[in-house]
Design a protein around this ligand. Structure first.
Ligand code: ADP
Ligand code: MG
Length: 358
């Protein structure tokens, strides 16, 4: 569709490959060049051409796997689709292999697999996107708009995977870098800015089989738009009016008029309680029970806001020691000082008796 959709697919592949660090580089909004480098599991040389076949995936082994998708990809379409409309280079090595492998393709025609030295992991380079589909090329917005869309996608991916360090370079300039320390707040801070992060409060709860955790705006820090309501379901960024409504309902009468809450909320529920297959870009989900999802968000957020608004019970004051005892009592309580010996006068320890040799 556009550079951002390419970046999304490539980064999701890197996450599926178990990468702990992912670097995304784009030039001219991704129209000139997209390069995604990961330190994941790599691709076996003999599977490299297969990876570019339509509907080829390594992520489904049995029919039953379809009922419980645990990876971000499973359709086997991305590499085929991307390589059909660009010039692609892959350099990859599995950590157990001594040497890596590379492949080049243009317009979907893949060349031979070559042996090549490579760091463990995978680098995919996509150049001249849509060079062979002028009709599609016409639909692209300005490079700056395409670049902004890429930045948005990387931000969502970084927030859904705080355990992975993300770096985004836009025409050589670093515009995002998350630490990958596993803390959601660190990722929020790095990806959404200090001001947003400082205005948040933590929430955690569950309803039915839906667990909710993350951060929401403190009522005094409302925003002018809904643009900062980010929801993730089982690690996937989703757009959901249902969840937005649940969030805003929890803030009823707490925010100034015209202000909206922001959030970075993660919902976790059993894979078979949610259908991610309703939309090709997988940004729309269908819950088996809308009510359970709504209530989980609503009550988790409302309880957290209520708790924060409640005046705190005054901490039990500990009286300083000088109010509770006399100076004499205080001295008596002190531990006896270690016995002082003049320097250089300690007695040598008796030698340990020799152990009997068995
Ligand atoms: P899907 O992700 O749906 O399986 P793709 O077309 O995105 O389909 O990728 C095809 C296959 O290529 C994947 O199933 C995976 O085996 C392999 N692959 C793609 N990218 C990577 C990567 N960065 N690291 C390791 N394997 C990869
Ligand atoms: Mg994929």
């Amino acid at each position: 569709e556009r550079p951002a959709s390419v970046v999304k697919e490539l980064v999701e592949n890197a996450i599926d490959a178990g990468a702990s660090a992912i670097v995304v580089e784009i030039q001219r909004g991704g129209m000139g060049l997209i390069r995604v480098t990961d330190n994941g599991c790599g691709i076996a040389p003999d599977e490299l051409p297969t990876a570019f076949l339509r509907h080829a995936t390594s992520k489904l082994r049995t029919e039953e796997d379809l009922g419980k998708i645990g990876t971000l990809g499973f359709r086997g379409e991305a590499l085929a689709a991307i390589s059909a409309v660009s010039r692609v280079d892959v350099l990859t090595r599995q950590s157990e292999d001594a040497i890596g492998a590379a492949i080049h393709g243009e317009g979907g025609a893949m060349g031979p697999v070559r042996e090549e030295g490579a760091p463990a992991g995978t680098t995919i380079r996509v150049a001249d996107l849509f060079y062979n589909t002028p009709a599609r090329l016409k639909f692209m917005k300005k490079d700056s708009a395409e670049g902004a869309a890429v930045a948005g996608i990387v931000q969502h991916l970084a927030l859904s995977h705080p355990e992975v360090s993300f770096k985004l370079l836009r025409d050589g300039a670093e515009v995002l870098h998350t630490p990958g320390d596993g803390q959601l707040l660190s990722a929020v801070y790095a990806a959404m800015g200090r001001d947003f992060a400082m205005g948040l409060q933590e929430v955690r709860g569950c309803g039915g089989d839906v667990q909710v955790s993350g951060y929401v705006t403190r009522p005094l820090n409302g925003h002018g738009t809904r643009g900062r309501q980010l929801f993730f379901v089982n690690g996937r960024f989703v757009k959901s009016q249902l969840l937005s409504a649940a969030l805003e309902e929890a803030y009823r009468n707490r925010l100034l008029k015209g202000k909206f809450p922001g959030c970075v909320l993660h919902l976790t529920l059993p894979e078979d309680r949610v259908d991610v297959n309703v939309h090709p870009a997988k940004t729309v989900v269908k819950f088996v029970s809308d009510k359970t999802a709504f209530d989980a968000v609503y009550y988790t957020v409302m309880d957290a806001l209520d708790a924060a608004a409640r005046p705190k019970a005054p901490e039990k004051e500990e009286k300083p020691f000088y109010r509770t005892m006399t100076a004499q009592e205080f001295r008596q309580q002190q531990k006896p000082e270690p016995e002082k010996r003049p320097l250089g006068s300690y007695t040598a320890r008796p030698a340990a008796p020799a152990r009997p040799v068995r």
